[in-house]
Design a binder for this molecule. Structure first.
Ligand code: IVH
Length: 685
């Protein structure tokens, strides 16, 4: 849609309507991206909408409202957080630690309700998010106050920071939005975000966070909202507080209504009948815990019916209708036996703690990261110390702290190495980085790690190419970079110890099939610093091809959602490095052909073909093509009867004439842009 200012239309009114529409669209896409993990538009399109909104708001500043997506990060740093008294106290939960204790909770519930022990209660089972509890207050649909739990009665006003959470609507949508809705939930950080933040902290010489919960708390309780805005906090809502203008009969109904208003609700929540099913849920989640992208520390079982909840009531600090079923702790105490410098993929030498083996929730831990030597000094960690070790999901276990009271007289402080422990090259400490780095280009562990990463499941997924074989490839001098993998022959593999014909064939086939991996995996596999899986995927979607990404400038990169200056710079540095380019070229020459990201099924342009002709002013041809592809369509070079649309820019020539001749729909550039923004559909165009 184009804004047309005629005598009868008040420009302010027109702009106002478009502003409303843009806000709705942006929040809709925020939800798809941050809550449902199912984006429907590319970052470029999102940014175009965002910029359009910013432009209109600049023009009509009085139309800016606090709920506008442009206002998520606002204001200068605070001096302190103001206290907020919760209208209803935020209770905590009683714990159960095993099936027997969960059974006791069920019996207590039935006893208070005067039911027989074999009555079947409906429960809602939820993951217990390991973050920090907040209360969000929506008045007349708009987010007015957000506060931390604090002591349960009084918390801190963290509204400015909560507003930066893009998974959270600033205004409730949907039907029958209540006048007042207080809703409680848990703010958390994904494991990926946690690792990313820690990597960044380490690079900047700051102490890393011990676990995702501390990182989430530290990020939310930041006096400078701009810092919080850079931390991708998330939230799941799980309980109502006060509510006026809507009633719910049960937890299930409440959660359903909350999701309907656009609030993020954990999709793993399930209603079950009877306590056995709730125990089964607890066990299931304990198994799934490792594969979740965030930390949970148990499950919560809640009596579903609000009538029964009221009847059950509460004790001084916790309700009788719910129980927190805790998983075994992920921390353990053990002895630090040695500090071993370990060389990583990028040459960074990380101090690794060798521990007296200790079991942490079913996994034996004998190594943990100590992050960097500054951190060791800061926490005064010494060999021989008794330490607390913590693990979370797939994240490498970390040494959290020293039990000073148990320190022996012989515990020795340790120093960073002067030379690389693997190749003897000199070690440097780059200014402004805490990392100690080996500068040896042929440093074996760097090569080994880069190949291991390249072949790993979430990267190129070369089945069977595990550590043992990689080690042999290196020992036999068969690979020096990942590109060498693609020229290996059967004879090469046959030189391995204990190698058979079949195994060699399987390995060759696995390498062969990896040539066609999606572009996102390939980008991730390259091991560019700061580019994790999700970033790699975003890059693949935004650029569509490796060539485009290689050519991208820092400015283009930072215009993509979630890519900041550090990441953008790192990508440019990577592709600017001649050796890296050579490795990539060799792979492409050997037939590696990263497949462009899968076209979106059900996109706006699914199955439609486009021809671009003339000079476009709003997009480059390449961008236009990408936008069409992102929506499931395709761009072709010449006009035929089968062409669905011809987009004609300025000075369009013969293709335009041909389109007219064949009766193909011709779009002006603005109309095409309108279709992309969802104000128009292909069929109404
Ligand atoms: S319900 C009165 N549901 O656990 C009930 N709490 O130990 C209030 N938590 O302070 C809490 N996930 O921070 C509830 N799905 C969930 C939860 C959850 C995490 C936390 C919350 C609370 C603590 C209670």
């Amino acid at each position: 849609m184009q804004l047309s200012f005629s005598d009868t239309l008040d420009p302010r009114e027109v702009a106002g309507r478009r502003i409303e529409e843009l806000r709705r669209l942006l929040e809709h896409h925020n939800r798809l991206y941050y809550v449902l993990d199912a984006p429907q538009i590319s970052d470029a399109e999102y940014d175009a909408l965002f910029r359009e909104l910013q432009g209109l708001e600049q023009h009509f500043p009085d139309l800016v409202t606090p709920e506008s997506p442009t206002q998520r990060v606002g204001g200068a740093p605070l001096e302190r957080f103001a206290p907020v008294t919760h209208r209803l106290p935020m209770l905590s939960l009683e714990n159960a630690v095993n099936a027997a204790e969960i059974g006791e909770f069920d019996l207590r519930v039935k006893k208070v309700l005067g039911l027989s022990p074999d009555a079947v209660i409906d429960y809602v089972c939820e993951p217990k998010m390991d973050g920090l509890a907040v209360e969000l207050v929506y008045e007349n649909g708009g987010l007015s106050i957000a506060s931390t739990r604090g002591d349960g009665v009084t918390g801190e006003d963290v509204t400015t920071n909560i507003r930066t959470i893009r998974a959270l609507p600033l205004r409730l949508g949907g039907e029958r939005v209540p006048r007042l809705l207080e809703v409680r939930g848990e703010v958390f950080l994904s494991l990926e975000a946690f690792q990313h933040i820690n990597a960044e902290k380490e690079e900047q010489g700051e102490a890393p966070f011990a676990n995702p919960r501390n990182a989430a708390a530290g990020s939310l309780r930041q006096l400078d909202p701009r810092v919080t805005a850079r931390r991708p906090l998330s939230v799941f809502c799980y309980a109502p507080g006060l509510c006026e203008g809507a009633e719910f009969d049960s937890q299930q109904v409440f959660l359903h209504a909350a999701a309907g208003w656009g609030l993020p609700v954990n999709p793993l929540i399930r209603r079950v009948q009877g306590i056995e099913a709730a125990v089964a849920y607890y066990q299931e989640m304990q198994e799934r815990r490792e594969s979740l992208p965030y930390e949970i520390d148990g499950t919560v079982i809640k009596v579903d019916s609000f009538a029964l909840q009221r009847e059950l009531g509460e004790k001084s600090r916790s309700p009788r209708w719910a129980v927190a079923c805790k998983f075994p702790p992920r921390q353990a105490v053990t002895v630090l036996e040695a500090i071993i410098p370990s060389v990583g993929r990028t040459g960074v030498i990380t101090p690794v703690a060798q521990l007296r083996p200790v079991e942490i929730s079913g996994v034996t831990v004998s190594r943990a990261t100590l992050h960097n030597w500054d951190e060791i000094a800061l926490k005064d960690i010494r060999v021989g110390d008794t330490v607390v070790v913590e693990r979370a999901g797939d994240v490498i276990p970390a040494v959290v702290r020293v039990l000073m009271e148990r320190r022996g007289a012989d515990a020795l402080p340790s120093q960073p190495p002067q030379v690389c422990p693997e190749c003897g090259s000199p070690v440097v400490r780059i200014a402004e980085e805490v990392a100690v780095r080996c500068m040896g280009l042929a440093c074996p562990p760097q090569i080994r790690e880069s190949i291991r990463h390249f072949a790993s499941r979430n990267a190129m997924d070369i089945e069977g190419l595990g550590e043992k074989f990689i080690e042999q490839l290196l020992t036999l001098g068969l690979v020096r970079s990942v590109a060498d993998l693609y020229v290996l022959t059967r004879d090469d593999f046959m030189r391995f110890e204990r190698m058979g014909d079949k195994l060699a064939s399987n390995l060759l086939a696995a390498i062969e099939s990896s040539k066609q991996r999606e572009l996102g995996r390939f980008i991730f596999a390259l091991g560019i610093r700061h580019v994790g899986e999700r970033t790699a995927k975003s890059l693949a979607q935004a650029f569509g091809s490796l060539e485009n990404l290689e050519r991208a400038t820092v400015e283009e990169l930072v215009s993509i959602r979630d890519i900041g200056a550090t990441v953008a710079q790192s990508i440019c540095t990577f592709f600017g490095n001649r050796e890296n380019s050579a490795v990539i070229r060799r792979m492409l020459d050997a037939g590696v052909a990263p497949a462009a990201e899968q076209k979106k099924v059900g996109g706006r342009f699914t199955g439609k073909s486009f021809v671009f002709t003339g000079t476009l002013t709003r997009f480059t041809r390449e961008e236009a093509r990408r936008l069409v592809e992102n929506e499931g369509g395709h761009a072709v070079g010449s006009v035929s009867k089968k062409t669905d649309y011809v987009v004609a820019g300025e000075d369009a020539g013969s293709k335009l004439a041909k389109a007219r001749e064949l009766g193909v729909t011709v779009l002006e550039e603005d109309e095409f842009a309108g279709m992309l923004q969802g104000t128009d559909t292909p069929d109404s165009a």
